[in-house]
Design a protein. Sequence first.
Length: 377
Amino acid sequence: MEFLNETLNYKLLEKWGKHLQDVEDKINTEQKRLIIAGILENEERLFRNNIEMANLPEGITHFTVTNQGIARALFPIIKKAWKDTILDRIVSVQPIKSTLAYVRKIDYVYNKTAGDATAGQSVITTRTKQYSSVNLSSMEFNNASTWFDRDIDVKITRVAVEAGIRVLRAAWDLLSDYIAKLDNEQDLDPAVIEVLANKIRFEIETAVIDDMRTNAVHSESVSFDNSSPEAKDRSEKEVYHAVLKVAAKIAKAKYVNPNWLIMNPATSAVFERQEMFSVIYDEAKYISGIGRKLFGVINNRFLVIIDPQYPDNEILVGWKGPSILEAAYIYAPCVPLIVTDKYFDPRTVSYSRTLASIDATYLVDANYFGKVTLSGF
C-alpha cells in the first residue's frame, strides 16, 4: 500500500503529476492525487505486461493500432471517473498492486484496570483487552461511582484481500461510432469520455454503498406524518433526531463521531427546508448528469451525499476517519478498467467490447454504520 511510503508517493506524483494538475479537492487533494496516480500506474503496468508477453518492442509504437486508441481512451476515462468519485469521502481507498495483497487499518486496544493489584489481594487478575473490531459499549462505566480507567494502544493491522473481476454494465457500444477514430489515432470525444466515466464510477460506488447498507448494524425508525403542515414540520425534526440517535449508537459502540449521510434526493428535501442545512456550492464540479454528488452539510457535522438510486425511505449513517488507516470500510482498486477484445453479441447482432474492473473490498466493522427508516414518507 503506497500511501505509507513517502519515497514511492513522491515518485508516483512526479511521474503522473502533469496528468493530475486539474484534480482539486479542498479537503484531501494530495490523497486523491495519490489514489489516481496509483491506479494509473496499475493500468499502465497491465498494458506493459501484455506487451512483454507478446514479445513486442517497447516505446510509443509497442501497441497495436487498436490498443493505442484504447489506451488513449482509457486513461482519461479513469482519471475522470476517479477525480469525481465520492468514495474517498466515505471509505478508505487503498490501491493495491496485485490481486492478492494487503490493506491496512488501525486497531485501538482498550485496557481495563482489572489487571491492577489492590491492597490485600494475593493474586493479580488477568488484565483484559478489547479491540476496536468488537463493540466497545460494554466498557462503559456501570454507575456514577465506578469508572474503568482506559489505556489505549494503537496497532496497525494488515489484512489480506483478494481482488476479483467486476464486470461493468457500462456499455462500450456507446463508443462504437468512435472506434474508427481511435484506430485512426484521433482523440476520443470528451463528452463520451465523461458519460462513460460517470457510468463506471456510479457502478463501483453502488457496489460499495450497497455493501455498507446491507451490513449496517444500528437502526432507528420514524413515522412520518403528512396530515398537516404542523405535523409535517414536527416529523422533519424527528428525522434529524433519529439520525442523532443512530450516530450516538455508533459513537458508543466504536468511540467515533459519524460524519456522513447518504440519502435519496426526495429525502434530502427534508433537511433542505431546515435552517441547519447548508449547500456546498464549492462542490459544483461533483454534479453531473448521472451518479452521486456531495450536496451539503448539516449543522457543520454531517456531510450529505445525494444518491438517486438509494431508497427514498431510508438514510445511511456512516463514518470515515481523517486518515486512510482509520477505516470503517476499505475499497482497494487494482486495475481500474479492462477492455476485452471484440466479440459478436447475438442480442445486438454487432461486435462489442466488455468493460471490467479488478478490485477488492473489505468491511472493517459493521458497527460503524447505521440506518434511519422512514415509514409513511
